[in-house]
Design a protein around this ligand. Structure first.
Ligand code: F0G
Length: 467
């Protein structure tokens, strides 16, 4: 290639205006939202990086597919197109559509787990953890040690700790009915898992007769990281790499709102016939008949197209590059982030940026509020508000205090990213003035979605002396 600029590999056909707000408006919006960014009205947000889930832009092919949607209750054409796409990529024998990832997780927990069971994962996403804990089982995070050091460079920080996994399997015979590997490791910084790590985890699981499932919502991004970083994969296509990834697992849950490039959808796919039958019973209870699983026919069409578009190399190159581009600007300005940048998001290291705020005053949460206040940017805390509350009701600091800036797929352009860098670098310059928050009220499960908080010391930013 002669030219080095990696462009957005698409033209824009429909535009959606975004609205600027004043600082006073944002201040009022925060207060009304109980200092919880989940409670903001989206129209009060300028750049919305709350999540990359269901927020992507669909292609003209996907929209065209939606017009072909077959809305038959049973046996719809759209289901078979969707099933064929999932089978082509994953190779699994049984494909069960669900309305999103957590529905697949709930079903898997219902058919495989009982109270006291242990489920290891490189790092459980919050809904996976909650679904495991909801049936009385224990969700165990086993990331490699490097994965817990935000500033450290490592090509596959998402890897599962194989020695710890082996120990867990050996010490708890009959008590580990399932091992999960999350690709990429979202809660651990959007970091990829290497093929070698997954292959070894798979061998361990097979030796112990324990099924291995992938939490596969960002399978395409993980596949592209393998192509870029792991020896022996440079000449392979993302589809070939994805197929190999899935071949080491017995099944997968998927939130297709990420690398399915759709606004809603998911699936549970697996090889075990008896387990698939039990899962379908669960599916009918809460999701729907097995050929639609809570989705419209047009959703299944959008997914059939989107799952494959996510494996397009031009798209993946642009996708990973736009995250890396922001990472480079922040690193050059001394803003501490999880290194190297992940696939779908930049994670600010609030512990490193705000050492003066103790964990019980939620530094990452406070930082996310100030990002909104300063620049209308919505992010999400992945720290002690999200993970600090233990099942027994006690409070423990999370392993890391991160703020995630997740990039919706095919939505923002390079100038949006340039603006973001400006806001982030500006907020970093205010860091010594940022103050902690406390929780006023919160539910016992998944509290970050609906908790109400308030500044712990009167305001989010300390006044500057002498002004
Ligand atoms: N697993 C992982 C790794 C996820 O990131 C998510 C969702 C899920 C499972 C659940 O899928 O939302 O379709 O039910 N993550 C979103 C996020 C919400 O913002 O990271 P879902």
């Amino acid at each position: 290639m002669v030219f080095k600029t990696i462009i957005e590999p698409f033209r824009i056909k429909a535009v959606e205006p975004i609205r600027r707000t004043t600082r006073a408006e944002r201040e009022a919006a925060l207060q009304a939202a109980g200092y919880n960014l989940f409670a903001l009205k989206a129209e009060d947000v300028l750049i919305d990086l709350l999540t990359d889930s269901g927020t992507g832009a669909m292609s003209s092919e996907q929209w065209a597919g939606m017009m072909r949607g077959d809305e038959s209750y049973a046996g719809a054409r759209s289901f078979y197109r969707f099933e064929a796409a999932v089978k082509e990529i994953t190779g699994f024998a049984h494909v069960i559509p669900t309305h999103q990832g957590r529905a697949a997780e709930r079903i898997l927990a219902a058919v495989l787990l009982k109270p006291g069971d242990i489920v290891p994962n490189n790092t459980h996403f919050d809904t996976t953890r909650a679904n495991i804990e909801a049936v009385g089982a224990i969700a165990l995070d086993l990331p490699i040690a490097e994965g817990r050091q935000p500033g450290l460079l490592h090509p596959f920080k998402g890897n599962i700790d194989l020695a710890a996994l082996a120990r867990t399997l050996e010490e708890n015979p009959g008590q580990v009915p399932l091992v999960i590997v999350t690709v990429t490791n979202n809660s651990g910084g959007g970091q990829p898992v290497s093929m070698a790590n997954l292959r070894a985890a798979s061998a361990l699981c097979r030796r112990h007769g324990v099924p291995l499932f992938l939490d596969s919502c960002r399978y395409a991004e993980n596949a592209y990281f393998i192509k870029l970083r792991e020896e022996g994969y440079a000449a392979k296509t993302p589809l070939e790499i994805a197929r190999e990834l899935f071949s080491y697992a017995d099944g997968a849950t998927m939130s297709a709102k990420k690398d399915g490039l759709a606004n809603i959808g998911g699936f549970l796919a697996l090889n075990d016939e008896a387990l698939a039958q039990q899962a379908k019973v669960q599916l009918i209870l809460t999701e729907g008949f097995p050929t639609y699983g809570g989705l419209a026919g047009y959703d299944l069409e959008a997914l059939a197209v989107g799952l494959k578009e996510a494996l397009d190399e031009d798209y993946l190159r642009y996708r990973l590059r736009s995250v890396e581009y922001l990472g480079e600007k922040l690193t050059a300005a001394g803003v501490p982030i999880v290194q190297p940048p992940g696939g779908h998001a930049i994670y600010l290291d609030a512990q490193a940026m705000l050492p003066h705020i103790p964990p019980h005053e939620y530094p990452a949460w406070a930082l996310s509020l100030v990002l909104y206040l300063a620049g209308g940017v919505r992010s999400v805390e992945i720290g002690s508000v999200m993970f600090g509350l233990q099942p027994d009701g006690s409070e423990q600091p999370a392993a890391m205090e991160l703020v995630r800036l997740a990039f919706p797929r095919r939505v923002y352009t390079q100038s949006h990213v340039d603006y973001l860098a400006e806001v982030l670098i500006y907020v970093h310059s205010l860091r010594e003035r940022i103050r902690g928050v406390h929780i006023i009220e919160a539910p016992a499960v998944l509290r970050h979605f609906s908790a109400r908080l308030a500044p712990a010391h009167g305001s989010l930013l300390a006044e500057v002396q002498g002004t």
